[in-house]
Design a protein around this ligand. Structure first.
Ligand SMILES: Cc1cc2nc3c(=O)[nH]c(=O)nc-3n(C[C@H](O)[C@H](O)[C@H](O)COP(=O)(O)OP(=O)(O)OC[C@H]3O[C@@H](n4cnc5c(N)ncnc54)[C@H](O)[C@@H]3O)c2cc1C
Length: 342
């Protein structure tokens, strides 16, 4: 409770309003709702604007006022059902985490460690290793070879993992209802601006992991990759990433030089920068991030119902059951079992 009471991010009014959650009756009916609407009712607008939207919206690339409670944060529904108050639920979860962390750190001098995980050699090693292992196991694996149609393929099972748009396009000829239901999942975009600096470009090199923006800004946040994970930059260098999701408006589609000007103009002050970056990369992820907006569980049910005619054709990956890499891996495994076991 103490961090909540003392944080300068929330005003006294925000805190008093959030405290109403402690005495408020349960709010949810069975219908799916936007995360923002639910949290605003329970905790007030301050918590939504200053915490929920930057945190949840930052991860999902959409506003909490659009995102589905049941698809994105079903645990909140469970919390309300179990504890009525989200604060009471959060305190109970905190106590449980502390107990688990104490148990995990017993005998380990390093304690429970960072909650942020990454592969030591970068995320690319995941796909590189997969390719290596599949080839070693004798798989006929064709990379850089787009699948343009499912006709003329004889296969025991088909698992589409190319994303919402690609899977919908491939399903259209044989399973138009599945394609239409899948096509109902909105897609959003994000641009990542990667900046590399010498340490002496900073008044003091950042030791923090970055920040999220809660107010109007040309970025949704910054990750100091070289501070967050080891091995991300050579010694004496600092690697940063700034995120510009489509939800921030026209800035997300601005040409590279304008985008860069705006981003650098915004981060230079807070980072204490006094020199230009040595390395700049602008990476645009256009129309590839599914947004699980209100009604997503019904869209998932419609896709599943339409796929049922071909039980060995499955859709895997970020399209339906979670956008995080661990969700995608778990879904891949589930869909293989479903396709092969059908
Ligand atoms: C900027 C950004 C930051 C993110 N940060 C994180 C994070 O920190 N942690 C986290 O867990 N998740 C993060 N995510 C989300 C996560 O990266 C994605 O949800 C996940 O990678 C999706 O995996 P996937 O296998 O479903 O699809 P993808 O990784 O998009 O893979 C689909 C592949 O299929 C290929 N393909 C498409 N169509 C065809 C076709 N017709 N024929 C052949 N190949 C085809 C594509 O080229 C692509 O290689 C982030 C996403 C973005 C955009």
């Amino acid at each position: 409770m103490w961090p909540f009471v003392t944080t300068p991010i929330l005003s006294v009014g925000d805190k008093l309003r959030a405290g109403a959650d402690l005495v408020m009756p349960r709010q949810l009916t069975e219908a799916d709702v936007a995360i923002g609407a639910f949290l605003r009712r329970r905790l007030g607008d301050g918590v939504v604007r200053k915490f929920a939207d930057p945190l949840v919206g930052g991860i999902y690339g959409a506003s909490v006022d659009e995102l589905s409670l049941d698809a994105v944060l079903p645990s909140l529904r469970q919390n309300e059902a179990d504890h009525r108050s989200l604060m009471v639920a959060s305190l109970a979860a905190g106590r449980q985490r502390s107990r688990a962390a104490r148990a995990a750190s017993e005998g380990s001098p390093k304690g429970p460690g960072s909650p942020f995980r990454a592969l030591a050699g970068g995320l690319g090693t995941l796909t590189d290793t997969l390719v290596e292992r599949l080839r070693a196991a004798g798989a006929d694996l064709r990379t850089a070879t787009p699948v343009t149609s499912l006709a003329d393929h004889s296969a025991d099972a088909v698992i589409l993992a190319g994303g919402v748009a690609s899977s919908a396009a491939l399903l259209r000829a044989d399973l138009p209802d599945a394609a239409a239901a899948l096509g109902g999942v909105p897609l959003t975009s994000s641009t990542v601006v990667t900046l590399g600096y010498r340490e002496d470009a900073f008044a003091e090199p950042p030791a923090h992991h970055g920040w999220l923006e809660a107010g109007p800004a040309p970025i949704s946040g910054v990750t100091v990759s070289s501070a967050k994970w080891p091995g991300r930059a050579p010694s004496g260098r600092v690697l940063l990433r700034a995120f510009v999701p489509a939800r921030l408006g026209p800035i997300a589609n601005a040409p590279d030089d304008e985008l860069l000007d705006r981003v650098l103009g915004h981060v230079t002050g807070p980072l204490g920068l006094r020199a230009d970056p040595e390395l700049v990369r602008v990476t645009r992820w256009s129309g590839v991030m599914p947004s699980y907006t209100v009604g997503h569980p019904a869209r998932v049910a419609a896709v599943e119902a339409a796929l049922a005619i071909r039980p060995r054709w499955r859709v895997a990956g970020s399209a339906l059951y979670g956008v995080g890499v661990p969700d995608c891996i778990a879904d891949g495994r589930r869909q293989v079992v479903a396709a092969v076991g059908a």
